[in-house]
Design a protein around this ligand. Structure first.
Ligand SMILES: C[S@@+](CC[C@H](N)C(=O)[O-])C[C@H]1O[C@@H](n2cnc3c(N)ncnc32)[C@H](O)[C@@H]1O
Length: 332
């Protein structure tokens, strides 16, 4: 069977099964099996495909028809122009989360301008946290944009952190991101202690978030941060924000295949934000920036949490569908 016929058959099977974006899925699965790029496929429609490749392709098509996400079958998803490994242990990075990166970079640039420094910011001296890192997409994308910044990335799922570490290594930023298994930010202290040895590895790059062992012992402070002298310049997070009551309305590939812990924020969905915002207030430096992704209906519940003397310059950014998607604010 040649390339064109194989693709046509795969596409027809997905279309008949009402798979969303069936053309793209059929193409991506064929590219994956053949190890080729899209240009090659369309330049070689008559090329014969090995029987074993065709068999493998139609097995993947059958799994996609049965509801497995394309990204679980190919093991990857692009985010911010970078390819991320994806497994069933992590949320598949979504295009709307790229707004978190845009807003974070914009707000850092504005802060630099206000301070009279050049707008082009390489992140020197910045200490940044990604809470609920999943695949690591936010921390890794920011680390690529800010090549001199230091990062912590937390997740409650150790399986997700394993994938995030591999993605950091794949993009050569592992020496600047320290990963912690904890609840939001509040386990950083104990996790950091448990990882004390790891935290001093690559100390030249990764240590800006950590004090030296000597100064830590002297002050009895967390190696990452503490409530008396917060150290973070930026916290970015895409927390779980879907309401459990919405579960029946989710697409099957999401509901049945993505990790529940990454999807659901609680019965309503917005339950994570109050804790996340309170902890962020305690960990950000004055002038530090918080950037949060919002669920499609989270804004009315989340915005009032910023009506306190703690926060200023609260700003909302819509996604391409016009949904308020990112809330950012500055710690006073
Ligand atoms: C919506 S996913 C976001 C993943 C990734 N940052 C992204 O944007 O694709 C939320 C992540 O938060 C993690 N998570 C859930 N509850 C958490 C908690 N209490 N503390 C830290 N992370 C948590 C999940 O394991 C999941 O990886």
């Amino acid at each position: 069977m040649d390339v064109r016929t194989t693709l046509k058959q795969g596409l027809a099977q997905l279309r008949d099964a009402h798979v969303p974006s069936f053309t793209l899925a059929a193409e991506l699965l064929l590219l994956h099996v053949l190890g080729r790029d899209r240009t090659w496929i369309y330049a070689h429609p008559e090329e014969e495909i090995a029987a074993s490749d065709a068999e493998c392709y139609f097995e993947l098509i059958a799994r996609r028809v049965a509801g497995e996400p394309t990204q679980h079958l190919t093991g990857k998803q692009e985010f911010w122009g970078l390819e991320f490994e994806v497994t069933a242990d992590v949320l598949i990075p979504r295009p709307e989360t790229e707004h978190v990166i845009e807003v974070a970079l914009d707000r850092l640039a504005v802060r630099e301008l206000r301070a009279g420094r050049p707008q082009k910011n390489d992140g020197a001296g910045l200490q940044i946290a990604d809470i609920g890192t999943g695949s690591g997409c936010i921390a890794v994308a920011l680390a690529k944009e800010l090549p001199r910044a230091a990062f912590v990335a937390t997740d409650i799922s150790s399986a997700a952190l394993t994938v995030a570490r591999r993605n950091a290594a794949r993009h050569q930023v592992a020496d600047r991101i320290r990963f912690f298994e904890c609840n939001l930010l509040d386990g950083l202290l104990s996790s950091a202690a448990a990882n004390a040895e790891a935290s001093v590895v690559g100390a030249q790059h990764a240590a800006p978030l950590a004090q030296t062992e000597a100064s830590r012992q002297a002050s009895h402070q967390s190696p990452v941060t503490n409530h008396r002298s917060p150290l973070l310049d930026l916290i970015a997070s895409n927390p779980p924000y879907i309401g459990r009551r919405e579960a029946p309305t989710l697409m099957r590939e999401v509901r049945e295949h993505e990790p529940e812990i990454a999807l659901y924020g609680g019965e309503e969905g917005y339950e994570f934000y109050a804790d996340l915002i309170a902890q962020s207030a305690a960990h950000l430096k004055p002038g530090g920036i918080l950037v949060l992704e919002l669920g499609h209906d989270s804004l009315p519940a989340v915005q009032p949490l910023f009506d306190t003397p703690t926060w200023t310059n609260v700003s909302i950014t819509n996604d391409l569908a016009g949904i308020p998607r990112v809330l950012s604010a500055e710690r006073l």
